[in-house]
Ligand binder design. Sequence first.
Ligand code: IPT
Length: 974
Amino acid sequence: MTSPSPHRTLPYYEDPSPGSGVLPPRAWVAESDAARLDLGGRWAFRLSPTAAGADESFAQPGHPVTGWDELPVPAHWVLHGHGAPAYTNTPYPFPLDPPRVPDENPTGDHRRVFDLPDGWPAEGGAVLRFEGVDSCAKVWLNGQELGSFKGSRLPHEFAVGALLRPRGNVLAVRVHQWSSGSYLEDQDQWWLPGIFREVTLVHCPPGAVGDFTVHASYDHADGTGTLRVEADVPGRVTVPELGLELATGESATVPVEPWTAETPRLYPAELVTPGERVRLRVGFRTVAVVDGILRVNGRRVLFRGVNRHEFHPEHGRAVDRATMRRDLLLMKRHNINAVRTSHYPPHPAFLDLCDELGLWVIDECDLETHGFHAVGWRGNPVDDERWTPALLDRAARTVERDKNHPSVIVWSLGNECGTGRGLTAMARWIRDRDPSRPLHYEGDRSCADTDLYSRMYAPHEEVELIGRRAEEPLDDPELDARRRAMPFLLCEYAHAMGNGPGGLSEYQRLFETYERCQGGFVWEWIDHGLARRTEDGRTYFAYGGDFGEDLHDGNFVCDGLLFPDRSPSPGLVEYKKVIEPVRIEGDGDTGALRITNAHDFTDLAHLAFGWEYAVDGAVVAAGDLAVPPLGPGETAGLKLPEPPAAAPAGEALWTVTARLARDTAWAEAGHPVAWAQLAHTARPHRRPVPAEPAASPRRDGAALLLGPGSFDPDSGVLTSLAGIPVGGPRLDVWRAPTDNDNGAPWQPDERWGPLWRKLGLHRMRHRTDAVRTTGRELVVSARVAPAATDLGLTVEYRWSAAGERLRLDVSVTPEGEWRCPLPRLGVRLTVPARCGTARWYGGGPGEAYPDTCAAARTGRWEMTVDALQTPYVRPQENGARAGVRWAQLTAPDGGGLRVEGSPHFWFTARRWSTEQLDAAEHTCDLVPSPDTVWVNLDHRQHGIGSQSCGPGVLPAHRLTAAPAVFSFTFSGQP
Ligand code: IPT
């Protein structure tokens, strides 16, 4: 029963209905022989601050557009000098009064005049197609109103054949930033209005294809595929490679190679109706939940996934094909095998690329109502029947458009909408329309409408319980039993905001231990920082608040594995290592090697294995390694060659690497896929440098001298080393808090970043208690502590010298009750700016922290101090190198400083201080000092965790305040 709409009098943009005048949704056509006209280009544009009232005269062909601006289509007008972008995570940037929107409703009138190209067929009709308009459009052609629509990331078509003229067609589109649809589009991203995807005129010859559905399943038991294509207009389907020619509606079963994300086998095909030929690419595969496990072609799949928003730092969500391809190549090259299209269907061409390159896709409907959370979900559209037609419309437009992609293996209702009858209605509709794919929705813990148990940011220990099917029960036993039998995935985890995410390895271990845990999708693929320039021309990336928004969520929009310019962040490099599809383990002393194929479908024949043997970071021997073509899940025991006898003494390490043996569609032969290092501890270590006569401290005028060092006699602080002016080293515990240190305000656990600052760890005071010389040592006792508390750290620096080497033994004892971990524990010193090149032996090449160090490879590395920095969009602690044995900072003339650590240390060097790093809000705030390089040599670092939206640092990676001793040996460089 429908009751009379209380909103009959609302304007179309506020009416909760999905729109009017549009054609029913249908399958995306990538290629056809029907004529098409891309209407992109420069359009006339004018912006009004309000919905512009009833004056729609601009849509009339004769209306002058003198004085209008020009705007490219596709584009967001706010990125072209009209108004400004705005970022909120969950809050709606307008009053919650569904379906009404404020008078302030930026409205863009767009006009484009076009001619039909020569040879545009006279017979047949035509369709005007919009791939994406944010958030509501009303459309006219040649003065005739066609209708209006909402559903920003969904296609809409109008039949326009009868209105077209050979020349001078006037297309007018009025776009409102806010509409009833905005209530359904509260995704965590920039609010970016406009016609941001293509507008196309498509010819429809008589007998054109219309809608069609490709059913292409695979039977893993007998290796056959079954194909059937249903079409509105009867026709024929040909698959030349399979020798198939079928009528639409007819089915055929033949032996095939299946489609998987690892083997994206597509069969070129054609659908031919009396009026049109449409190119198809058929991938045979079957998705099913069997015995509580999600299986494709009968096998369990493990998602090594990412959440992908559409984003470009200059163009917002108007993402070109080259960028989409680049995203996918980067994913494949980083061992990623799955994408959740958070939180809306992507540009349809993206899914073609997923079919082609091989990615599992969870295709999500354009739906989120998260901001209703703020009012206890009162008025939530997904539980209000007035909105059900709009919800069903969104479900249908998603499924109908994307149904023919083999890469799409799961439908998702949307994100963060709470629960409601509207969601149930959507689920029913989708199940009925496409029973071949499981359904996903995370927001309803009961899983009443879904086939998969999905969570976001669940901590490791809970994932482990779920893996054992031993999670806390639901109240309803029936629902509980149903959910407990479901496969589990983390649709979001490992919040990649700023430095991090930490804890990936521990999650992966759970996914590889528990069959039920089928992996997850890191939040998220890319930082949505918008490119801006300073007055002096430096580029930086803007985030929430940088456009004067009243309400915003700051840099929460920058939480990706890629920086906005698509350069990989250390998080992506770490993720690649953690999810590598080959496990290489063994014992470098016995030479025993164990290789496990962690692919789900392919054997290892596509990889070539090699080994290297390095001593103190210098490769002394290398060779190939014959690895049998293990099937998925198989393990083989192998043997490394004999270690080279002639190698010098020193620290010896095997590195075994698996590389692509041949070029693929996504990387060239030689691309590294997996690697491991194994220590050969049996090789004799380098003999210690012959002991040189120890020196004793002595006074020389105002200075205190010890070996190559000169000290301030009052503070006991080193002032020069081998003639190089230095400052420090002194004890240091502060780091510029990371986004994960700061955590999200709603986190239940203690958040250390704010606590550290409250405690005053950023303004520690040093007090020198004694500077003594005892025989051959200079001993400095000090206490380092913040104001207004009795917490502190006593520290003893013992200096000794032998020849040109100066040794520092540090011993630290915490005083008072430290209820929080320390950010770092080590020493900080300064050296002259000219020491601008770093060389080290230890973990590299990129940064690493205790829980983000899987990808740190032990070797000898060299880079400038500038290159050591990781440019997090909001500056924060970064750039530490793990497990460093020795490091050098060298000036162009070759002079410089060398430090060896015992035990290994964390090495950080930068051209600004920690305090400057901490104060900076954007990368452009960091100005390199012309004088100084700041160096941190850390005994320990606190882990990173994922508390900006997920769990904090796991206990094993916490830096608990406890007594510690560590040593460094400094020398000048020859
Ligand atoms: C989760 C959202 O689904 C996602 O869109 C994004 O906002 C992410 O968080 C954080 O960056 S919701 C979270 C508050 C549990």
